[in-house]
Design a protein around this ligand. Structure first.
Ligand code: SAM
Length: 328
């Protein structure tokens, strides 16, 4: 039997196929409209993703990046919970289902999956794209509005990726209260901007108050050591650019770095990293400078030199977002 196609590759070819049916000019116009909408006043009172062209443009233009960012967050969660595999997944504000793909990339296999969104065209296209992923064949795509009336069935894992940004403050609070009551583990991903980080920290505080512990990225569940307004915790995921990206943004770069902020919180046992690399490591002659967020609720710069032997080799390979120290 042939090996199954990894979800990241299956997603990429599925999205490329989508574009073959969408005239390039129409796709580019839909992307321009989306970018303008997302720059405008959010939250909105009606779905931004109104029709198939909007949704196809969203999927082709943004889904590789939201998939990759969410997959990075889930990978960090999986490292902190090595004995756990989610028994079920609910993706809230799931749109075309990027996070469902990320969950199957992190934990292969089937499980009950529900995607909730208020944009019917997004759900319809998400279901179509998911035909390329055997683990998503039985996923349930359900129209649902996030707000005080939202109800959620109990679930092992809930994801909320790139959604908080589109909600009013009361709807964000209502969602966090509802998800904290329904899910054992919650993963929230937002753009890696100061505002995105602020929303992640608000969600983190809310989930801790509801009895969750932080599994990633933080090494602890105490207050974030970043003084509000001075900096923002975010990470970077490398995403290959699609032809649509090159068409809309120009340039010939083969990849883009998607900046994102996230938190993974759980009621289950988890072993967070002892420390996490929170900036791109700086490699100097004979030494590597690592900016770490540490268990004692401090941000600290550590210098690892050649004298540290294997640890130095590991530091040279360390990436922004990795746990530290590595298991040697
Ligand atoms: C930027 S997209 C993110 C989609 C997907 N989670 C991802 O990571 O690619 C935001 C999604 O949230 C949905 N959304 C925004 N406000 C909503 C609301 N009040 N109720 C339900 N869905 C909502 C939108 O329809 C859209 O699909």
């Amino acid at each position: 039997m042939n090996d199954p196609v990894p979800p990241a590759d299956a997603l990429r070819s599925s999205l490329a196929a989508l574009l073959t049916n969408l005239p390039p000019r129409q796709a580019a116009q839909a992307v321009d409209r989306l970018i303008a909408n997302y720059r405008g006043a959010t939250p909105t009172h009606a779905p931004i993703l109104r029709d198939r062209a909007d949704v196809a443009a969203y999927a082709a233009y943004r889904m590789p990046a939201t998939f990759q960012a969410t997959a990075s967050a889930l990978e960090a969660l999986a490292e902190a919970t090595p004995d756990w595999v989610p028994a079920g997944h609910t993706d809230i504000g799931g749109g075309t289902g990027a996070a469902t793909w990320a969950v199957t990339a992190t934990w292969p296999g089937t499980r009950p999956v529900t995607v909730l969104d208020w944009a019917e065209p997004a759900l319809a296209l998400g279901k179509e794209i998911a035909a390329a992923n055997p683990a998503l064949h039985d996923a349930h795509w359900q129209r649902s509005r996030i707000g005080p009336a939202l109800t959620l069935a109990p679930t092992d894992l809930a994801t909320i990726s790139y959604v908080l940004n589109e909600l009013t403050a009361p709807d964000r609070t209502a969602l966090l209260t509802t998800v904290a009551a329904a899910a054992q583990t919650v993963v929230i991903v937002e753009p890696g901007t100061p505002d995105g980080y602020t929303r992640v920290i608000e969600a983190r505080d809310h989930l801790i108050a509801a009895g969750f512990r932080i599994a990633a990225p933080c090494p602890h569940s105490a207050a974030c050591p970043i003084a509000p307004g001075t900096d923002w915790c975010h990470f970077s995921a490398r995403v290959s650019r699609s032809s649509l990206h090159r068409q809309v943004k120009g340039g010939s770069l083969a990849y883009e770095d998607e900046k994102f902020s996230y938190v993974a919180a759980t009621r289950r046992p988890a072993t967070p990293a002892a420390a996490r690399v929170v900036r791109r490591p700086q490699i100097r002659k004979g030494q590597v400078l690592l900016d770490l967020c540490e268990t004692d609720e401090q941000l600290r710069r550590t210098t690892v030199t050649k004298r540290h032997g294997d640890l130095y080799k590991a530091a040279r390979d360390a990436d922004w977002g990795d746990p530290w120290p590595p298991l040697l």
